[in-house]
Ligand binder design. Structure first.
Ligand SMILES: [Zn+2]
Ligand SMILES: [Zn+2]
Length: 346
């Protein structure tokens, strides 16, 4: 089979690798869609818990090809060859203090399919059955958003209660488009989406009842003040889905007194921002991070089955596995790219 293989950060090739048989409790999945996101650029540079040699790909949809002895899915159910599934890339040690406290995403032994073990940018991926979830009947172009939605489901847990809260999301990438829909599904009040790209905002507004607002990259501060003016005040919850330091440093401007600011986009590991401790103190702002999920796929998938998630037109670019270099270029620099997926061909 073929796989994208990085031997060292920054250097990869698509090459033949040995076929892998599923061992006890494992399942072999034929990849049909594997989504790309900004994390893949961080992995390319060797950041984000990357272990080399590395086959990335953490947003994988596929069809079961072979089942090892005793394998059942993440909800303890039998699996069948030919069944469509989505892969939960994340797992934890299940024995440390954080895992015992029910917070496995904080585990120091956190492991990721596609960052610490081989992922979905391959014809086939072999994974523990316990990290598979049934996706029968869900369009693969929608199921490819299951993993980012599970990460958002974890964020929703952390933001509970959301009822009636006003929210602004910075960044209309695929994550921003998912966020606004899941926020509405979970009962948030007015939701505003901000981005410099009008095409992405228009696409998002066609999918969900939200306010949208353009951001001027050259005047972030002025743009954020204009968002507050247009909204008629600051927001209860401010979510960064850009990972850009120039935006993150200005987020307190958007928050009401007592508000919550979430760092959700992946910033570069070397980024620093200046914030005013006095402002955080005086206005009782909460700054929180939300990283990933471990057990949230069962929370995320019902919204798909209920038809509450629509991503029509968000996949703008599709590449074959052999064209991974082109896909990476598009992810890095094509301003018309919204969601980029790798399509399986095996
Ligand atoms: Zn991702
Ligand atoms: Zn642990």
């Amino acid at each position: 089979m073929r796989a994208v293989v990085y031997d060292v950060p920054g250097s990869f090739e698509v090459r033949d690798v040995p076929d892998v048989e599923p061992g006890s409790g494992q399942v072999r999945v034929r990849m049909t869609r594997a989504g790309m996101c900004g994390t893949d650029l961080h992995l390319h540079d060797g950041q984000f818990l990357a272990a080399f040699p590395l086959t990335p790909g953490h947003e994988t949809v596929g069809v079961i090809d072979a089942i090892g002895p005793g394998a059942v899915d993440g909800e303890g159910r039998e699996l069948a060859v030919g069944q469509q599934v989505v892969v939960n890339p994340n797992s934890s040690c299940r024995s440390c203090d954080y895992c015992a406290e029910g917070r496995p995403w904080l585990c120091d032994g956190f492991a990721g399919i596609g960052s610490s073990t081989p992922g979905g940018f391959a014809d086939y991926v072999v994974v523990p059955g316990a990290q598979l979830f049934d996706a029968t009947g869900i369009d693969p172009d929608l199921a490819v958003f299951a993993e980012p939605s599970a990460c958002i489901a974890h964020l929703m847990d952390r933001l509970d209660p959301l009822e009636g809260q006003s929210v602004v999301v910075l960044g209309a990438g695929p994550t921003g488009v998912l966020l606004i829909q899941i926020l509405r599904y979970k009962g948030a009040g007015a939701v505003t989406l901000a981005d410099p790209n009008p095409a992405k905002l228009d696409r998002a507004a066609a999918l969900s009842a939200i306010e949208t607002t353009l951001v001027d990259r050259d005047d972030v501060r002025g743009s954020l003040d204009a968002i507050v003016a247009a909204h008629g005040g600051q927001f209860d919850i401010v979510i960064d889905a850009t990972g850009r330091a120039a935006v993150i440093g200005e987020l307190p401007r958007l928050a009401r007194n007592g508000g919550r600011i979430v760092y959700y986009g992946v910033a570069d590991e070397s980024d620093l921002v200046a914030i005013s401790p006095f402002e955080i103190f005086r206005r009782e702002l909460t700054i929180m991070g939300s990283f990933t999920e471990v057990d949230s796929f069962p929370d995320a998938l019902p919204a798909f089955r209920a038809g509450a998630i629509r991503m029509d037109g968000v996949i703008t670019h599709r590449f074959a596995l052999g064209d991974y270099a082109d896909a990476l270029d598009a992810l890095r620099s094509d301003r018309t790219a919204h969601k980029i997926v790798i399509e399986g061909s095996a």
